[in-house]
Design a protein around this ligand. Structure first.
Ligand code: SF4
Ligand code: SF4
Length: 471
């Protein structure tokens, strides 16, 4: 059909790809850092070039080790591979699907099962970043549709609702007892009836913390970035991380919004749901707080992989200006920070022996950004602990993907590839580690086991406590 589409005013900054075709692949990675929306381009500009990075050798249609590509692995259908997504997006931008290509069935179907694992960005030989391409496609879809569906708005706005979530824990409890409620929620909101709902803690972490701490003389200063999930759902993780860092002798500043303002958030839930302007607003608020710390060269330590790594990755595409580069250099996961300090012979953690085994599931973004060796190194510091990594791809939950009614079955299939059977087969006293909130949710739903964060296991070792229940 090949009707030409209207020029595309992209919402993300794709300028890093502008030179693709003239200078080759090595020119990627240098984002403009200016305004996010580039000039409307009839051919899609840098966005189209980012899709054209796919060279069609179909490494994404293999099923070896690694993360890539979970949707192809479970469906065995090339229509759910990175390659097909890239080709379909190129066709859409070439005008093959009519005037509103982002509403086309072809593009929706191709993008449907992408779980934004970033496996392609790290494992595809050409580094196709389908997770980011999908975000732009989703944002363009909402624009052409003229609205954002209720469910996507709900998921995206999790950081806004988070402080009130504990008032709705009864809904989750009622859903378990009265399946009719779960069924109504499924048909009304599209939230899978078979899923448990996340449960908020009675008390969040941030509000119990002092607004500022004085640096102890001679102590190194660090900043702890507590994401929405660690703050409201699992404050014990943030507490454990704080205790670990303090035990190692650091002065810990906790990143906080100004008094009276809503808690900080990286913007991940907005971005994943295609609400790019809202993601940019959240990122700007966070930057305002963190940039002065980054300017002083302090490490900004995060706990939730997809939140912290957004500062090193997608923030470059949000058009947030020059402050991003410095923050990206400072942003580090807890395991990366501890491993780095250990290598520099600056880490003094009085860890006591733990006997037995720990099984570790890596979050997709930890794998894609090479953080798993750091997990191994830090856990290797605990005397007596046998550390085993689960050879897993995506857990299948992937943010809100596994909560969505139409994706529940595929989400469970992804979990059943290796993660869930391995967890089910583990001895009851085996410790489980999954640093991602949604990975822990999937393990809870799919294997009826509780996994913890690395910080909690380190705190166990600091206290010399062996019981799993002590997390
Ligand atoms: S997405 Fe990457 S691995 Fe797949 S065909 Fe394209 S270039 Fe090859
Ligand atoms: S982000 Fe993950 S699921 Fe999406 S195309 Fe890339 S490898 Fe596949």
């Amino acid at each position: 059909m090949n009707e030409k589409t209207s020029p595309i005013n992209t919402k993300l900054d794709w300028s890093a790809y502008e030179s693709y075709g003239s200078f080759g692949f090595d020119s990627f990675g240098d984002f403009g850092g200016g305004s996010a929306a580039t000039e409307p381009a009839a051919d899609g500009g840098g966005y189209a070039k980012a899709a054209a990075v796919c060279m069609g050798k179909r490494h994404c249609q293999e099923k070896g080790k690694g993360v890539m590509c979970p949707s192809y692995r479970v469906t065995d259908d090339e229509k759910h591979s990175t390659h097909h997504r890239a080709v379909t997006l190129k066709a859409a931008l070439d005008g093959e699907f009519g005037e509103h290509p982002f509403l086309s069935e072809e593009l929706s179907e191709a993008m449907e099962l992408c779980v934004s694992c970033k496996g392609c960005k790290s494992e595809c030989p050409h580094g196709v970043d389908m997770a980011l391409l999908r975000v732009e496609a989703l944002a363009q879809r909402w624009q052409q549709l003229g609205r954002v569906p209720l469910r996507e708005r709900l998921f995206a706005n999790t950081p806004r609702f988070a402080q009130h979530l504990k008032l709705f824990n009864w809904v989750g409890a009622m859903r378990k007892r009265v399946p009719l409620i779960a069924n109504v929620m499924e048909s009304w909101l599209g939230i899978a009836a078979k899923r448990s709902l996340p449960k908020a803690a009675a008390q969040d972490f941030i509000s119990s913390q002092p607004r500022s701490v004085a640096a102890t003389e001679g102590a190194r200063e660090v900043v702890l970035l507590v994401d929405t999930f660690s703050n409201h759902l699992d404050p014990q993780i943030a507490q454990a991380a704080l205790e670990v860092l303090q035990s190692a002798g650091y002065t810990v500043h906790i990143a906080q919004a100004a008094a009276g303002e809503r808690d900080l958030c990286c913007g991940r839930t907005y971005l994943s749901n295609g609400l790019i302007d809202e993601a940019r607003n959240e990122a700007t608020r966070l930057l305002d707080v963190l940039a002065p710390f980054a300017e002083r060269g302090l490490p900004v330590i995060g706990l939730e992989p997809s939140c912290l790594l957004m500062l090193r990755d997608e923030y470059h595409a949000l058009g947030l200006g020059e402050r991003v580069a410095k923050l990206a250099n400072s942003a580090v996961l807890l395991e990366e920070f501890l491993a780095r300090e250990h290598d520099a012979k600056r880490l003094t953690l009085p860890l006591k022996p733990l006997t037995g085994k720990v099984l570790v599931h890596g979050h997709c973004h930890q794998k894609a950004f090479g953080a798993m060796p750091a997990m191994g190194k830090v856990l290797g510091l605990v005397p007596g602990l046998q550390v085993e990594f689960i050879e897993s791809s995506c857990c299948g939950m992937s943010g809100s993907f596994g909560m969505e009614a139409e994706h529940y079955e595929v989400s469970m299939k992804m979990g059943e590839l290796s993660l869930l059977p391995t967890v089910r087969a583990a001895e009851a006293d085996t410790l489980l580690i999954a640093n991602g909130t949604s990975c822990r949710h999937q393990i809870r739903d799919g294997a009826a086991r509780e996994a913890s964060h690395l910080a909690q296991v380190l705190r166990l070792a600091l206290r010399g406590e062996q019981e799993n229940s002590a997390y």
